[in-house]
Structures are given as C-alpha cells and as structure tokens.
Design a protein around this ligand. Structure first.
Ligand code: ZN
Length: 373
C-alpha cells in the first residue's frame, strides 16, 4: 500500500528491541538529522521526519503491537498522520523531544510549542457582601458598585516591537546538539503580541483605566458565611484588550436577633410562662418567612424541643430544606407579690407538683440525641 520503509529498519533496531533501545536509536538519528544542523537540506529533513514517525509508533505499546501485526496498513489515517502527504509535522516532532532529551518545562528544551500570541485574562475582583438571614433564605438579586479596571476608550495598539507581535521570543543558543532554538513568552507584552500605540494620559500602559460600575449579582438561596460565588467575566478587564477576569463575591452573614443558624437548620429560644406550660397555649414565634403559631401542649417541660419541618433554610448545593427547632423555656418569675407567694406555697403541697419525670419528658441527653439524628 505504501512505499514507506519499515519502522524498525528506519531506526536500525531489531524487532525484539526494547523501549530503551528504541529511544536510544531515535535519539541518535534526531541529533544527526536535526534541521538546525542541516539547514536547507530536504533529504535530512525527510530522514528526520521519518525517524520521528517511526519512534512515535514504536515507542507506543498499543501502536507498536498494531504495527507488528498489520504493518503500515494497520496505521491507517487513524493515528493522526494524515493519510496523504505522510509524516509528522515539525511541531509534533518537537513536542516529542521533551520525552527524548529530558529537560522540557520552564522554557528549556527545544523550540517546541510554536503557538501565536495569547489573549490575557484580567485579574479577579473580590467583593464582600453582607446578607440578612431572610435574604439567605429566599435568595436575592443585589446591585453593587465595584471599582474595577476596564478597557479604556481611545487606545490603539500596534505589534509588540520586542517579539514582532508573536508573543514569543526565540533565542538561539549553543547546546551539545549544536545551535538550538528556545522560545519563551515575551516579557514585554506578556505574550499578548501587542503594545500601546496611542492612549489618553490617564490610561495605564496595559490599556486599562479604573471605573466605577454597577454589577447585578444573583445570590442563590442557602448560601453561607465565607462562601465564594464566582461571576464569570465581571472582574477586571484583561491587559492589552484581553478578556475580563471574574468577580468573586464573598458571603458575610448578618446575625439575626432571634434565629440562630446551624447549617440548613435554625434554632429559636421560646419563653413560655409557667401557667401556659401547665395548661397549654398557642404561642407566636418568628421564622425566616414571617411569624408562625405553634401549640404548646399542656404539661410541657422546660427544655422541650419542637421541630418544625421545612421551616429552616434551603440547601444551596442539593435539593432540600432544613428545619426550625423551637426550644421551649419555661419562664420562672424572678419576683412575686405576697399574694402570689401565698398561692404558690399552697400549690407546693399538691402531689401534682412533685417532679416525676418519665421518658417523654425529655431531658438534656435525650434532646441532644434528637438533634443529631
Ligand atoms: Zn512582545
């Protein structure tokens, strides 16, 4: 099907060669035929590409086994070599080099990545937002003023003179392989490839200026103190006409005068007078969505906890709603009149006033168990 040479023959290794042998053989050929050492020599370039392709296949266990079984026919177009013209392009080959010659990273290695200039993202902007428990319970839309960097009007750009608009700087250095190119991001334009041609005085040299802007933010119900919401693209504008960063909203919870929060649950301390605790009464309590009425049964003990299902807060990351726990406290009068004192002394003698708690008059430990189940 093709007139390609056998990959093993290209690298000059036997069919039984192991990974190390294959790598070593390729390394030798890559050095010999490297374009930087063979300028304008198309025969050398063909050999360089041929060796790279052979290595690409034989260094990959899966591709190697397919090649061993089916030969070149087994490689089809599927491996990304493009059926027709054949061979790998130079970028592919150079990107392979990190593997072969080590180094890599940090701008070392060979002139690998040959991408163009890049668009720079602006920095993130952080704002704090104070929310009431009611706002947290329902979710809220807030408009806030932010002072942020924006792309200034009246700025014109030209190609960066240092990198000629490519965003990259190429250096030729002498290495053990001969003259080699290395590339790094241009430190003048930070890779944008642009610089300012003309700008108004107040604009900084990245084309940005400060401006107050009103941003509308949608806060979902159920957020918590310290939570951070990210609003994409509402942060500072990117240098050199780049793309904007994000707006990070840090949630702060304002303390509620009645309700205490514990995750998605709420707690309320209710005080009932002694008579209501004995005879039973309906009392009014605050919730996040207004007042609610609850029944205090006759004979209710101080410390009893009533659980109001679904009267807590919505959960922000999953479906569901917390509960409201009403803690009943029986109010003990701090002072009494002589007349009241007389009545109380009389009541004290009644056998009904002798404490005889049973399982249902839940004490502290039982209540704790309820709260954590
Ligand atoms: Zn530049």
């Amino acid at each position: 099907m093709s007139n390609k040479r056998d990959y093993y023959e290209v690298l000059g290794v036997s069919k039984g060669a192991d990974t190390a042998e294959i790598k070593k053989a390729y390394r030798k050929l890559a050095l010999k035929y490297h374009p930087d050492k063979n300028e304008d020599d198309t025969a050398a370039e063909d050999k360089f590409k041929e060796a790279a392709e052979a290595y690409e296949i034989l260094s990959n266990a899966e591709k190697k086994s397919r090649y061993d079984q089916f030969g070149h026919a087994g490689m089809g177009g599927a491996s990304g070599f493009g059926g027709g013209g054949g061979g790998m392009n130079m970028d592919d080959i150079f990107s392979q080099f990190g593997d072969i010659f080590g180094g890599g990273g940090g701008g070392g290695g060979f002139g690998g990545a040959r991408g163009g200039s890049r668009v720079i993202k602006g920095s993130n902007l952080r704002v704090k937002m104070k929310l009431t428990l009611q706002e947290i319970a329902e979710g809220v839309q807030k408009k806030i003023k932010v002072n942020k960097l924006v792309n200034a009007h009246g700025v014109t750009y030209k190609d960066c003179g240092t990198c000629n608009g490519t965003g990259r700087i190429t250096r030729v250095s002498q290495t053990f392989l001969g003259a080699m190119q290395t590339q790094s991001t241009c430190n003048v334009c930070r890779g944008a490839g642009k610089m300012i041609d003309k700008k108004p005085k107040e604009v900084d040299d990245q084309g940005l200026t400060r401006k107050e802007e009103v941003v509308e933010i949608e806060i979902p119900a159920g957020v918590e103190e310290g939570m951070q919401l990210s609003v994409s693209g509402k942060g500072n504008a990117g240098p050199f006409d780049g793309i904007p960063g994000d707006l990070i909203v840090v949630i702060e919870e304002l303390e509620d005068e009645n309700l205490r929060r514990d995750g998605e649950h709420l707690h309320y301390d209710a005080y009932v007078n002694f008579v209501d605790a004995v005879l039973g009464e309906t009392i009014e309590i605050p919730t996040v969505s207004g007042k609610a009425k609850i029944k205090v049964d006759p004979g209710t003990q101080s410390g009893k906890v009533l659980r109001l299902k679904g009267k807590g807060l919505p959960m922000v990351q999953r479906y569901g709603q917390g509960d409201l726990f009403v803690h009943i406290n029986v109010w003990t009068p701090k002072k009494v009149s002589n007349e009241e004192k007389e009545i109380l002394e009389k009541l004290k003698e009644s056998e009904n006033f002798e404490p005889t708690p049973d399982y249902h008059d839940k004490g502290f430990f039982q209540r704790m168990k309820d709260m954590f189940q």
